[in-house]
Each structure stands twice: as C-alpha cells, then as structure tokens.
Design a protein around this ligand. Structure first.
Ligand SMILES: Cc1cc2nc3c(=O)[nH]c(=O)nc-3n(C[C@H](O)[C@H](O)[C@H](O)COP(=O)(O)O)c2cc1C
Length: 209
C-alpha cells in the first residue's frame, strides 16, 4: 500500500480506550493502512473498560508492534507515514513526548512524527488539569502536535454514546483529511454520511410548554 496511506495509531492508558478501538475500525473501513502500538497501561484500561480482548483490538490493525520494540519500522523517520494519532493519550505519554525522553515505541514514534514535521494528533484525556499538565500541553502544541481532547459536541444532537464517540473520532480523523463518514456536519443539511446516518443542521431542542 502507498506510504501516503499509512497512519500510526497509538493507544495509551488514559480512560476512553473505546476511542482507540473506534479509530482503528474507522480507518479499516476507510481503507487506511494502520500501524498500531499500544502501551501496557492501555491493555489494563481495555480490561477495566470493555469486554474486548487485546487480540481483537490488534486484529483491527494492518501492522502491530510491541511497545518495547524500539527498532520497529515506525521508530524511523525514513518509514513514511501520514502521521500519528494517539487515542486516548495519557498525561504520561504526552509528557514523555514533550520531554524527548522517549523510552517506548509509543513515544518514540510520536517524536519521529514531530521531527519529520508530520501530523501528530493527541486525544489527551485527563480532568481536571493542573498547571503542569497545561504547560505540557502548551509545549506539545508549540512542538507541532495538535491537542484534540475527546470532548463531546452537542450541536449534532447525539442520541447515544456511540454517536458522541463517532463524532469525536470523525473530527480527529478530519485533521488528517480522512473522511470516515462519522461526522454530522454543520451546515450540510440532508447529506447522507458514509455510515448511513443523515447529517444536517442540528438545532437545539425547544422545550415543550
Ligand atoms: C482505569 C484507568 C483509567 C485511567 N485514566 C487515565 C486518564 O484518563 N488520563 C491519564 O492521563 N491517565 C489515566 N490513567 C493512568 C495511566 O494509565 C498511567 O499514568 C499510565 O502510567 C499511563 O501509561 P502510558 O502513557 O504508557 O499508557 C488511568 C489508569 C487506569 C487504570
């Protein structure tokens, strides 16, 4: 597959492992070649937050790497990709990226994406944030990363948790110019998305008197 159709997917141990799973599902459906690296803590959150097995998550990716394999293809800038998304991204992982002390393949591959001036999108999840977190996120942004926290949008009138997750994942993939058909787009009335759902202008519900 062409190198410009490759995306690195990182999954770290923040809450919201479902975002990483949905990213992999959406990229598979969109025909994008995915290179997955998952932290040990992500395997723990997978067990806490879902009934899904690690092998089932890995089966969604085109290529899977061990997080300690610092000699893997994605550890080198000469291996061309469109960039990397980390979903969800823990404070620990973003801190490691910012420090440059990249002790795992997860942070090393993100560091490589930044040094090659490719796109790095971080779905950082933590709340509340102290000043140290905020400084770290500012530093990551200054280094070229896009901080895209998984914050739900309500203007699309989500009916289910899955709708909220899809919107967040779809907007994150928009940052790579990948339209996975997951987003109900504002100002595009009646357009049928690839997922089969109708888009359209969302309006706040009127209270019934
Ligand atoms: C159930 C669970 C939820 C967690 N949620 C978060 C979170 O939302 N954000 C965060 O930064 N860390 C969270 N953590 C802590 C991280 O997993 C921990 O800092 C870990 O060292 C991150 O390692 P990694 O970045 O290599 O995945 C959570 C841990 C567990 C077990």
């Amino acid at each position: 597959m062409a190198s410009n159709n490759r995306l690195i997917v990182g999954i770290s141990g923040a809450s919201g492992i479902v975002y990483g799973i949905r990213v992999l599902e959406a990229l598979k459906a969109a025909g994008v070649e995915t290179h997955l690296v998952m932290s040990k803590a992500a395997e723990l959150t997978l067990a806490y937050e879902t009934d899904v097995k690690v092998k089932d998550v890995k089966a969604l990716a085109s290529v899977v790497y061990n997080v300690s394999d610092i000699g893997a293809a994605i550890s080198s800038g000469s291996f061309k990709t469109r960039g990397m998304i980390i979903a969800p991204c823990s404070i620990r992982t973003v801190s490691e990226i910012v420090s440059g002390v990249t002790s795992s393949l997860l942070s090393r591959s993100a560091d490589v994406v930044l040094k090659e001036r490719r796109r790095l999108v971080l779905l950082v999840r933590e709340s509340p944030l102290h000043t140290g977190h905020l400084r770290t996120l500012t530093a990551a942004s200054e280094m070229g990363a896009i901080i895209s926290p998984p914050v739900p949008a309500f203007y699309s009138l989500p009916q289910t948790l899955a709708d909220m997750i899809d919107h967040t994942v779809g907007r994150a993939l928009d940052l790579f110019d990948i339209d996975a058909g997951l987003v109900k787009r504002w100002g595009e009335p009646g357009e049928k998305s690839k997922s089969g759902k109708r888009g359209g202008r969302a309006r706040p519900r009127r209270r019934k008197s």
